[in-house]
Structures are given as structure tokens and as C-alpha cells.
Design a protein. Structure first.
Length: 297
């Protein structure tokens, strides 16, 4: 795919470029594309991506999760899956797309791979590959969730600018906050993206969550004039990673599951309120943290 085509798709399909788009966007099944992103690694983007996709699928939506960290993938590891056909198989070996997916009911996964020398040496343009997949698959899904790499690499910025919604994941760590602000700033100044959703992960208390909401929302409002939707928080869990993942993906109800249901419920309630969906996943928000304003404009 040429750079010119990517540019045209960005203009034609991303709602922030609507004022200059020459052709209307094509939305085959009213599919919503979500990039789970952040400025810093290690903040929990993959766990958030998997759980959000799983909950949306549980509610009856057909969901595709794409691991965009294509050569340092760990979605399949967290899900306990063998590494078989993946994005490398699809792009390089030209295996049919359907054969590259792991399917569990309404939940489909296109995983990345790990340390593939040929893929690394080929210098593939991830943004063009992912946008191609989105264009071709939007008609087949209700939601496509992208587990994006951290940071402000050009291909990552392009993917984030293309999607309908960005779930920016941050933690109380200062570098996470500053790096995510930098990501939102570049997306605003370079791509005109003026709306993001925020998930605050690894929070120790409601008070800490409220302080973080105030800090980042005030900063974004003062310096970027962006609309920031606060989806909520995920409380810190001190379990070992392997045990954390088993709790995260357990079919049994637990506090971690409750946190994520409130986050996803808040997002789908927002879509329902704006008329973008009728009834998908809608959970009643509960808990004392609801006193915080969840939309900052």
C-alpha cells in the first residue's frame, strides 16, 4: 500500500479529518475501531486489550483483537495459546486471513510473533498492514481492538490516528503520565486528534485515582484543549503476573473483573447516549469513584 493511499484513508475514514476529507467514510457494519495505547511500556495495555475485547465479545458482539506489537507479541502467551499462524503468516507467507485467527466464539485474535528475524529484516510497514486489515475486516466485526506498542513511533501514531477511539492507559508512575501526555500532544498537533479515552491502571486507592484524574485532565484541558473521557480505574493487584492473568481471564466474578466491567460499561453507555449503538455491552457503574467527573472537555 502506498503512502498516498494511507494518507487518503486517514482523511477519508478518520472522523478528525472529516473537514478536509474529499470522500465520505465507508462504515460497513458500524464497526468501532479501538486502539489501546500509551506513552510507556509496562502499564498493562495488553491485559486491558484482552479483557476489553473479551467483555465486548461476551455481550454478543463479534470482536477482533489484533496484536500490533508484531515482533514482540504476548497476547497469545497471556491467553495460554500455542504460537501457530499469526500476522507473519498472513503478511509474509500469505496464509489466508481466516486461517491466521484464533477463534473462541465471538472473540477472534490475530496474534503477533516473537523475534522473527525475517520479519524484522524485511522492515515491514506495520501501519499500512494494520490499516489494510481494518479496511478489509470492518465489515465482518462489531469491534476491532488494537493492542498497540508503547511510544510515539511513526507507525504507532498513524494507527492511533486512524482508529475511531483511543484508550490511553496510564499508571501513577510519573513517566507514564508525561509520556502519555506527549503521545496525546503529538496526535493533536500532527493529526488533529482532539478526543481520547483514559484508563488509569494499577491504582492504589480512590483518592490516588481522583488526584490523577485532576492532574492529567487539567493539563490536557489547559494545554491541548482536547476532550478527555475518563473511563475509570483498575485497582493495583499484587499477585504474580501468571496468577494475575489467570484471575483476569477467569470466568468467575472478582474485583478485577468488576473494575473492567465498569470501564467497558462506561464506554458503551457513552456510545449508546450518542446514538452510535443501540444495545451492546452496558454495565451499571458502581463504587465511590463514580463521584469523579468522567468527561473532561
Amino acid at each position: 500500500m502506498s503512502d498516498r493511499n494511507v494518507s487518503q484513508w486517514l482523511l477519508g475514514n478518520n472522523r478528525y479529518a472529516g473537514a478536509v476529507a474529499k470522500e465520505p467514510a465507508v462504515n460497513w457494519r458500524n464497526c468501532k475501531t479501538i486502539s489501546v495505547t500509551g506513552g510507556k511500556g509496562g502499564v498493562g495495555k495488553t491485559s486491558v486489550s484482552i479483557k476489553v475485547a473479551k467483555l465486548l465479545a461476551e455481550a454478543g458482539n463479534k470482536v477482533l483483537l489484533i496484536d500490533c506489537d508484531y515482533n514482540l507479541s504476548n497476547t497469545h502467551i497471556k491467553l495460554g495459546l500455542p504460537l501457530s499462524n499469526n500476522i507473519y503468516s498472513f503478511v509474509v507467507k500469505q496464509v489466508p486471513f481466516e486461517e491466521c485467527l484464533y477463534k473462541d466464539g465471538n472473540f477472534h485474535l490475530l496474534s503477533g510473533c516473537n523475534g522473527d528475524v525475517e520479519l524484522f529484516s524485511n522492515g515491514l510497514d506495520l501501519d499500512k498492514i494494520v490499516i489494510n486489515i481494518l479496511i478489509e475486516q470492518e465489515r465482518n466485526y462489531d469491534y476491532i481492538v488494537l493492542d498497540c506498542p508503547a511510544g510515539i513511533a511513526q507507525e504507532n501514531l498513524t494507527i492511533n490516528a486512524y482508529t475511531d477511539y483511543r484508550f490511553v492507559v496510564i499508571t501513577p508512575d510519573k513517566s507514564s503520565i508525561t509520556d502519555s501526555y506527549a503521545l496525546m500532544k503529538i496526535l493533536k498537533t500532527k493529526y488533529g486528534v482532539n478526543e481520547n479515552h483514559l484508563i488509569i491502571n494499577k491504582v492504589s486507592s480512590v483518592a490516588q485515582y481522583q488526584r490523577m484524574v485532576k492532574i492529567i485532565s487539567d493539563t490536557v484541558d489547559s494545554y491541548l484543549q482536547c476532550r478527555l473521557h475518563i473511563l475509570g480505574n483498575i485497582f493495583k493487584n499484587d499477585q504474580a503476573i501468571d496468577l494475575f492473568d489467570s484471575i483476569l481471564l477467569s470466568a468467575e466474578k472478582n474485583s478485577l473483573d468488576d473494575n473492567f466491567r465498569k470501564v467497558v460499561g462506561r464506554f458503551t453507555e457513552e456510545l449508546e447516549a450518542t446514538g452510535e449503538i443501540r444495545n451492546d455491552y452496558c454495565a451499571k457503574p458502581v463504587g465511590s469513584e463514580q463521584n469523579v467527573h468522567h468527561v473532561i472537555s
